[in-house]
Design a protein around this ligand. Structure first.
Ligand SMILES: Cc1ncc(COP(=O)(O)O)c(C=O)c1O
Length: 458
């Protein structure tokens, strides 16, 4: 990424454009706004999950097909949100529909294993170079098990995590996800900030937070707690402030560091797994950790999570000392969809096409940024990417704090009004591509960025 001269964006102009764009958006969503009001009578906040209520208002979806979705007002969008990156197979892919239909007609739940297990386990072992797997229902469950397994195996309580990353909503790791700058403390010694009310301080005391892409800071954390650290969990490419790629040597350095101190390294590949590459970050960056956590894209739109680890780590589970259990773990519908996803849709052959679409998007977006001299750059890998509204590279969470959220919000509004559905905005401008996206779909994204660029610079 070349850092070059850029224009300064006038924030008064941005405020004015936000008002204009919101006024254009709202009348398109009258059915969504009305439906939410009705739902609010008996559903807290009128939505199923808090982030579905991201400003300016919740948008209720009617259906999806391939790269497109339609909301209940009848608006059509090209979907780059893709259910937080879960739908890399595209919506209603015939192979997934058929797998679910077939299994539904044979029974949807037994809480007993079914005959999809070994195929899925073998496929994941091939992709992520870890021999043993278990299944669960979400990314939250996968990282919860990773945290507990590292603690169980070492007999130690302390975990290290990266400042500015999200690993799900359980109490072991929901710290310093988007920490308030007033509370986060100095960079040399970040404070472990609970991300929600109700998380006990006693749990925060069991987690050390360090900046991404800084091996020396990670070493310092280990050295300050000799013999106390069970393991470290890292999102191998950070996805919460745009896509932030690991610097060369960083991930291998973490693996070596963890092992030097008798601890384990877990990759949270909930977003990167089967999206950055066939074998996720493990393949893309050539580093095999002790644990890989998966969810989202592997399930083809069903609630699948998975945890892979070494035989040594899984010995407690295999030996029956550690119950890794759940009523819906390995649910037959989920397993059928996951099997079809991994063996029929997101096969090795799918990735060159995703890579070339990614390349096209990066090239065309970069050309717009260059033409309008926006203080921004484009980054990503495989199915994942983002425009980062910073003139200098973001290497860690604190670098992203300089990004003015009004700019990312305005960029989001232009995409939404231009028929591109994106995940909630904040500081991130992340997109996900599916196997159903086309060159034309890419162009719509680029055209919307150009409309935004023209509006903010003239
Ligand atoms: C990196 C990462 N880990 C874990 C999770 C939690 O996954 P889930 O929402 O399926 O519980 C997420 C969700 O966005 C995530 O991005």
């Amino acid at each position: 990424m070349a850092v070059r001269e850029s224009v300064e964006i006038d924030l008064n102009r941005v405020d004015h454009l936000i008002q204009e764009q919101e006024a254009e958006l709202e009348p398109r969503h009258t059915a969504s706004i009305e439906y939410r009001k009705a739902a609010e009578r008996h559903v807290a906040g009128g939505v199923a999950s808090s982030w579905q209520a991201a400003p300016p208002h919740a948008i209720f979806i009617d259906r999806g097909d391939g790269s497109r979705i339609w909301d209940i007002d009848g608006n059509e969008y090209i979907d780059y949100h893709l259910g937080y990156g879960a739908m890399v197979v595209g919506h209603a892919h015939p192979a997934i529909v058929e797998a679910i239909r077939r299994q539904a007609s044979r029974g949807t739940h037994f809480a007993q294993p079914t005959r999809d297990l070994d195929v899925i386990g073998e496929n994941l072992a091939d992709r992520f170079s870890l021999p043993l797997w278990r299944f669960c229902n979400s990314g939250t469950e996968a990282t919860l098990e990773a945290a507990r397994l590292m603690r169980a195996r070492t007999g130690r309580d302390l975990l290290i995590k990266i400042e500015g990353t999200y690993h799900g909503h359980h109490d072991s790791l929901m710290f310093s996800v988007i920490p308030d700058p007033e509370l986060m403390g100095p960079r040399e010694h970040p404070v472990t900030v609970p991300q929600a009310p109700g998380i006990p301080q006693a749990f925060a005391d069991l987690v050390r937070v360090v900046p991404f892409n800084d091996l020396a800071a990670a070493r310092q954390a280990f050295e300050e707690h000799p013999g106390e650290v069970a393991g470290m969990i890292v999102e191998p490419a950070m996805m919460n402030c745009g896509v932030v790629l690991p610097e060369p040597g960083y991930l291998q350095g973490l693996a070596d560091l963890c092992h030097e101190f008798g601890a384990y390294l877990a990759f949270d590949e909930v977003k990167t797994g089967a999206t950055l590459a066939y074998g996720g970050a493990v393949e893309a960056f050539g580093v095999v950790p002790d644990i890989v956590c998966l969810a989202k894209a592997i399930g083809g739109g069903t609630p699948c999570g998975a945890i892979g680890a070494t035989e040594e780590l899984f010995a407690l589970v295999v030996g029956g000392e550690y119950d890794m259990a759940g009523t819906f773990n390995g649910n037959p519908l989920t397993m059928a969809a996951t099997r079809a996803t991994l063996t029929q849709v997101l096969t090795r052959d799918a990735y060159p096409a995703l890579d070339s679409l990614h390349g096209l998007l990066v090239e065309r977006l970069s050309a717009v940024i260059e033409r309008y001299r926006l203080p921004a750059y484009v980054t990503g890998l495989g199915a994942k990417g983002s425009v980062i509204y910073s003139p200098t590279p973001v290497r860690e969470y604190r670098d992203a704090l300089a990004i003015d959220e009004r700019i990312t919000y305005l960029a989001w509004l232009f995409q939404q009004n231009g028929g591109v559905f994106k995940s909630p905005w904040s500081k991130q401008e992340t997109w996900t591509l599916s196997v159903a996206h086309s060159d034309g779909d890419v162009q719509r994204y680029v055209d919307n960025l150009e409309t935004f660029a023209r509006a903010v610079t003239t």
